[in-house]
Each structure stands twice: as structure tokens, then as C-alpha cells.
Design a protein around this ligand. Structure first.
Ligand code: SF4
Length: 412
């Protein structure tokens, strides 16, 4: 079957029509759950309770399940659990084995193959953890892990060593110790709540935690990292938004990888968060056959802007054990960035990064636009491949000759 992104396999690029179709907002619909009442379907607790969590359920709801997927689902409970909300499951195209939604949440037996360079903690979080559940890797900010549970589990998860507790990591955050560490370190001005997914906590528990963090005078800025708006938009209730808006400045990093994840339900949920004054950024992971394609990525970032979300990062997939089948090349990532920068709105262009293996932090990776740079001049290449020269200003002295074709350097 020809799919919207199948040219990632080397076929023809998508037509204008399929690009427009990627950009359309559609509802996930009800699928197998058409007889469920609106009240239940729109209740996030109902969605959690009715998740698909084992191979037999998957086979029932997805008769096209392949033997590789069935075997992967059987193994999931020893590596990273299987869970898919009914809402998100409805986005899967049952006729397409390479459906970009399916690839993200349905396990494959390939997850049990570990390449020599893969790791269980690829970005070195455990070695930068002064107390359980807190990662202090950058000077002025910390990662505060609140839970090991998610609404659904992404097969490429960097934290799969601990989320879902399938490997027996036995994650036990200790909020008192985490908060005491932050209070004792005045250099920490930014706290990012993550997990697992912080929005799985009840409103009351989350409010209590945010209040305690806000009470620390040197904490200037709070962030929540969450995939709930795309896995479980029903969770973004007016009550949750009203509670969150008490804690500004509070930003949220959401996680979406493919334009089909941006449904009418997700757009409405993100709109509620934006109306609560929460600045929204999106983090995507570059994944083979999911979004390693410039047209798919372009449709995605443009659609994010329509949802009032700034595309923030594209991550090169971390070297997590068992993820080789989902990883695409850095060369491909650079090529995609090259086809975004200058070709679409600057606000739509995220930063492509590699989280340096072992704990080096995020390193920006960019196409080469500065071709040479010496004491006299900078030679630049623009998005169309045209070459320009800019005279270098000696430090502390006015610029000498104006560059030729200065009008070409205008960024408007
Ligand atoms: S939602 Fe985030 S933490 Fe949870 S499985 Fe996906 S990537 Fe991992």
C-alpha cells in the first residue's frame, strides 16, 4: 500500500495533495469503541482503564498484527510495557504495516536485539543524579522525575530502563529529598518535571508539588514535559488548565512526531493549554519510516504552529538498547533541517540536536551555512545554495566596506 510517507523507503516524494492531506485536522474517531458513551470516551480515566496492554488484545483489535509484532508484544513486559490508549489506537492504519503511528507504540521483536553501542541509560542520567529522581546535568536547571508511568509507551523511549518498571528498575522518586536538594542549591533556577508523565498525577497531587517548588525563592521557571496531549488529550481538562495557570511562568514541552498525531482533539487540548497562558514547545524524535522525511516534517511543524505550539527540538534518536530499527542517520536529519530552514516560517524550524552519549548534554547539529570565516570576511551559503560574503568587523571598531549584495543578507 502506498502511504503518505512511504517515500522514506526510497519511493516518490508525496504529491501536493498528500502534503495537504497530512496537514488536515481529523478526529481520531471511535473505531471499535463506537458504542461507548461520550461521557466515558471523553473521560481520561476511562481511556487509561481501557488501554490495550497485551499481545492478545492487540491481535483482537488489529487483525493485521504481524508475527514480529506479536512476538514483540509478548516480550514487552520484560523490557518496556505495552500500553496504548483507545483514542491513540484509533490513529493506527490497520492496512499499513509501516504506519507511522503503529511503529511508535507497537513493539517489535527487534527490540530484543542490542547493538554494541546501545545503552540502557544512553544520556547518562543515573550518573548525574544526586538524589533519586533528580538529574542535575546542566548548571542552572534540574530534571525532576515524578513517576515511571505514561499513558502509552513509546518504543524508542530514552528512559525505558525505568518507565513502566518492566526491567525491575524499581523507580521511587522521593519528593522531599528532591525538593530539599533544589532548595539547598540556589543556582537552580529552572525545574523541568518529567517522568514518566507528570500529567498522570491527579490535579491535587500535581498542584501540591508545583506549590512546593514555587515556594523556593530561587526557582524562577517551571516546565512540564508531557506526551499526554497527544496520547490522551481528554486529560487536558478545564480544571487542570485552571490549576496550572496559577504557577506561571510555567512552560510545557509536548511530544509529537507525525502530523497525523495532531488531530482535532489534540488541537483543542493544546488550545486549552495555550488559553491558560502556557507557552508550548514540541519535541520530536527523528524516527525511521515515521518522520525521516522532509515533507512529513514540514507538514508536522506547520501544523504545530496552527496548534499554537512552537517546534522546539528534533532529537536524533538516543542509543537506547533495542532501538536500531527505529534509528535514522544524522545525514538524513541534517538534510531535513536544510529543507526546513528558509523554506518555511522561521518559527516553525526546530533545533536538531544529538544528546551526546554518556551525559554530554544536547549538542546542536546544523547544516553548514558558514563556508569560511577569517579575520576579514565570512562566506555564507543561503537556503537556496547562493554564496554571499559578509565583511568581518574588527572587535571594537566600526565595520569597513559594506558587503556586496547586502540586500541578499536581509532576513525578512
Ligand atoms: S511518553 Fe515520554 S517517558 Fe513515556 S514512554 Fe514516551 S518518551 Fe518515554
Amino acid at each position: 500500500m502506498q502511504t503518505e510517507n512511504s517515500h522514506a523507503n526510497g519511493d516518490e516524494p508525496p504529491s501536493v495533495n498528500s502534503f495537504q492531506s497530512l496537514k488536515e485536522f481529523k478526529s481520531a474517531g471511535r473505531g471499535f469503541w463506537r458504542d461507548v458513551s461520550d461521557a466515558d470516551w471523553n473521560d481520561w480515566k476511562w481511556q487509561l482503564k481501557h488501554r490495550i496492554t497485551n499481545a492478545e488484545q492487540l491481535q483482537k483489535f488489529l487483525p493485521t498484527l504481524t508475527p514480529e509484532e506479536f512476538a514483540g508484544a509478548k516480550l514487552a513486559n520484560t523490557k518496556l510495557a505495552l500500553a496504548i490508549t483507545p483514542y491513540f489506537f484509533n490513529l493506527i492504519d490497520p492496512a499499513d504495516e509501516n504506519c507511522p503511528i503503529r511503529l511508535q507504540v507497537i513493539p517489535k521483536v527487534a527490540e530484543s536485539h542490542t547493538a554494541p553501542w546501545e545503552m540502557s541509560d544512553p544520556v547518562g542520567e543515573d550518573s548525574h543524579s544526586p538524589v533519586p529522581g533528580l538529574v542535575h546535568r546542566y548548571p542552572d536547571r534540574v530534571l525532576f522525575l515524578v513517576t515511571d508511568r505514561c499513558a502509552a509507551y513509546c518504543r524508542y523511549c530514552t528512559r525505558s530502563r525505568l518507565v513502566s518498571n518492566a526491567t525491575g528498575y524499581d523507580f521511587h522518586p522521593e519528593f522531599d529529598k528532591q525538593i530539599a536538594y533544589i532548595a539547598a542549591h540556589p543556582e537552580i533556577r529552572d525545574v523541568l518535571l518529567s517522568g514518566g508523565d507528570p500529567l498522570l498525577m491527579s490535579d491535587d497531587k500535581l498542584e501540591n508539588l508545583l506549590s512546593r517548588l514555587r515556594a523556593i525563592p530561587h526557582v524562577e521557571f517551571l516546565r512540564i514535559g508531557s506526551r499526554i496531549p497527544t496520547f490522551l488529550p481528554q486529560r487536558i481538562t478545564p480544571e487542570l488548565c485552571a490549576m496550572l495557570k496559577k504557577f506561571h511562568p510555567l512552560f510545557m514541552s509536548v511530544h509529537s512526531n507525525h502530523p497525523r498525531e495532531l488531530t482535532t482533539e489534540v488541537r483543542d487540548a493544546l488550545g486549552r493549554l495555550a488559553d491558560a497562558g502556557i507557552p508550548l514547545g514540541n519535541q520530536s524524535v527523528l524516527l525511521k519510516h515515521v518522520n525521516d522525511d522532509a515533507a512529513v516534517m514540514k507538514a508536522h511543524v506547520q501544523k504545530l504552529l496552527m496548534c499554537r505550539v512552537k517546534p522546539y527540538y528534533i532529537y536524533q534518536c538516543d542509543l537506547i538498547s533495542g532501538s536500531a530499527h527505529l534509528r535514522t542517520s544524522v545525514r538524513k536529519g541534517i538534510e531535513i533541517m536544510q529543507q526546513l530552514r528558509g523554506h518555511t516560517t522561521g518559527y516553525a524550524v526546530p533545533q536538531y540536536v544529538i544528546d551526546a552519549p554518556g551525559g554530554g548534554g544536547k549538542v546542536p547539529v546544523n547544516p553548514e551555512y558558514v563556508l569560511s570565516h577569517n579575520a576579514d570576511r565570512v562566506v555564507l551559503r543561503n537556503y537556496e545554495g547562493k554564496i554571499f560574503e559578509y565583511p568581518e568587523a574588527p572587535d571594537g571598531r566600526p565595520c569597513g566596506q559594506p558587503p556586496e549584495r547586502i540586500e541578499e543578507l536581509c532576513k525578512c
